[in-house]
Structures are given as C-alpha cells and as structure tokens.
Design a protein around this ligand. Sequence first.
Ligand code: FAD
Length: 375
Amino acid sequence: MDFNLPEETIAVRDLVTEFSKKNIEPIAARIDKEELFPTQIFRELGRLGLLGLTVTEEYGGAGMNYLTEGVALEEISYYSGSFGLSYGAHNNLVVDNLFRNGNREQKERYLPGLVSGEKIGSLCLTEPGAGSDALGGMLTTYESRGEKYEINGSKTFITNAPVADVFLVYARSGKSYSAFILERNDGVETPKKIRKLGMKGSPTGEVVFRNVIVGKERILKGEGQGRNIIYQGLNAERAVLAFGPLGIARRALDEAISYSNQREQFGKKIGEFELIQEKLAYMFTRLESARLLAYKAAIMVGEKIADPSYAAASIMMASETATQIAKDALQIFGGYGYTEDYPLERLLRDAILYEIGAGTTEIRKVVIARSLLKR
Ligand SMILES: Cc1cc2nc3c(=O)[nH]c(=O)nc-3n(C[C@H](O)[C@H](O)[C@H](O)COP(=O)(O)OP(=O)(O)OC[C@H]3O[C@@H](n4cnc5c(N)ncnc54)[C@H](O)[C@@H]3O)c2cc1C
C-alpha cells in the first residue's frame, strides 16, 4: 500500500493550486455574487494543459489518469465550487467522453479546441420530465432524413450550456438511444439561464433543438450506442466528480480551524471548547475517509474495474460529507457564518449541489445496493 500520490499527480496538483490561488481566489466571491463565469481564466487552464488531462498527447492532452483529473478538480473546487463544477463538466462529461467514444475524425475535429479551452463543452442528458429516469423519460428525438438526422426536443439543468460551443446530446428514436456531437451554430438554442441556490458562477441552462439537422458523422460510436455510452461513462463521471465536494469540504474545514484559533468568547479561543473540538475532529475524520474512498474509486476506474458500487459510494460519501462539513464550519463561525461577509454560506450552498447533480444521493444508494445484491 502506498498512500503517496504519484509524482506527476503532485506536479499537476501544485500547478493547479498555484494557478487557483493567483487567479481564482481573488474573484471567488464575485464569481458567486455576480454569477460570473470567467471565460478568460478557463482558457488559461487550457493553455496550462489542465483541460484535457485524460486525453492523449496526439489530441493536445496530457495523457494522465482519473486520479490526477480528480485531484485537479479538488484543488479548483477548494477556491471556487462553481468554477470547479464547470471545469469538471467540461473535462470529464464532455472531453473525456469524446476521447473514449469518438472516432479519429471526431477527435481530430473537436478535441484540440476543447482541450485548449478555445471551445467549451456541455453534456445534455437531463430533460424537464426525465431526471433520475433519464432514458425512460427521454422525449428528445432523432429521426433519419436520408444521409442526415433531425433532432428535436429540449434539455434542462445543463452545466455550461449558456456559454458552450460543443454539446454532447442524447436523443432517442423509439427504443434506440444515440449520442450526437452538436455545435452551437447547428441551430442549438440556449434560451434560458437557470437561477440557482448555489454554484452560481457555473452557468446552468436549458437547451432546445428545433429541427436541428446534422450528418451521420456527428453520431458518437454509432447509432444506438447512447445507452452504452451513458452506462460506461457513469463510473468515471462519479469517480472524478467526487473530488469537487472534497475541495469544498477541505476549504470549509480550513476556514473553521483558522476561525477556532482566532475567535474568543468567555475569555478563551473557541477552539478550546470541547464541543468545537469535537466538530473539528469529526470534520477532519469524515474528510480524510471520504478522500481515501475517492482515491480508491478513481484508481479502480482507471484500471477499468467495472464494479459501480465504489464510484457511486465515493461520490455519495464525498457529497454528504461536504454538506455536513460546510454546515459544521458555518456553525463554528456563529452569526458571522450566516452572513455574506464570510465564505461559509457559499460553501454550504455549493456543497448541496453534489447531492443532486450527476445523479442524486438516492440513486447512488440504489446503484450501490443493486451492485451489492448481485455479488
Ligand atoms: C446545478 C446542476 C447542474 C446539472 N448539470 C447537468 C448536466 O451538465 N447535464 C445533465 O444532463 N444534467 C445535469 N443536471 C441534472 C441532474 O443530473 C438531475 O437534476 C438529477 O439527475 C436529478 O434529476 P431531477 O432533478 O429531475 O430529479 P428527479 O429525478 O425528479 O428526482 C426527484 C427526487 O426523487 C428521488 N428519486 C427519483 N427516482 C428515485 C428512485 N428510483 N428511488 C428513490 N428516489 C428516487 C430523487 O433522488 C430526488 O430526491 C444538473 C443539475 C443541477 C441542479
């Protein structure tokens, strides 16, 4: 057993930390308050090679593993949960997905722009009436029109949609599901940006397809492969996105430790009270446990171990942990934690998203239990 991160992962982590401290930390509160998506900073990440971490070098990527991608996401999320969410959606849901499932022409056409940050990606699965039951309830359709396909329907809650250039879209034709690579100028409309409780700097929107016509070359992996693409990608998606809430939780714990060492009541630092110490002890223990599971799940997915229980458990544990830690940290700050003058309320609002986005806590429990019962 080696609990040290590999050298290349440490190098990426340090690069992301240095970058985030300098570029994200100073505007993290503004990102939240002004619902700001800093496109220029996003492009800078591309210039540093941080957008295509799992993509091989021939398409401009870094050829690294899911663990490294997760560690990078944790660091960004430490500074801004919402920028982390947009980063994770672009990097994993779109870029890694295209890399795994695209043919050579598709990869050559789309990956370099997405990896450099010139283009921003969105994954469009959820619909107004199809969330947890994304496939069963799907109403977005595709129909064959000679050598082309026509796509109609709408998606909702789509991360990055308002700013995206490339949309990976799932649609159905009867019982057949396919994934399409669409571009904004194919006629994809993003009429509405959705206002949210948290993750305010990560633009979320509706996406509408009205008679969008594209050629066969836009189908990912072949017609009828949509279901496989979704199921094969879920493990990687869950394993990587689990690192987002870990970053938020770590930030909340650091804030709580620092405040416990400063704030005085009854003539003592509040960190001297055992009830505060108990909170800190639990926060630390929960965070470290969640991270160990996240490392394990990310390594397992990298080694193509198909068992879905680890990735689902990892993101469930990380997201519940983040909500709990952010809430405990806010409590340690007392009234100040409840104000917008400190980042605690933002951390809590951001943390809650990870219990809903990328599949809910309830669905993760279903996935874990089903997998265990099959053993
Ligand atoms: C900020 C944000 C960003 C998102 N980004 C994206 C994105 O980029 N792309 C994308 O495609 N989607 C995205 N989503 C959508 C997200 O994946 C869905 O919201 C999620 O899957 C839940 O679907 P729903 O909201 O329709 O809830 P529902 O499926 O309607 O669920 C409602 C409640 O019922 C519970 N429930 C449902 N089925 C079961 C069951 N079988 N057993 C027990 N309980 C159940 C749920 O857990 C939940 O508590 C995003 C969502 C948010 C909020």
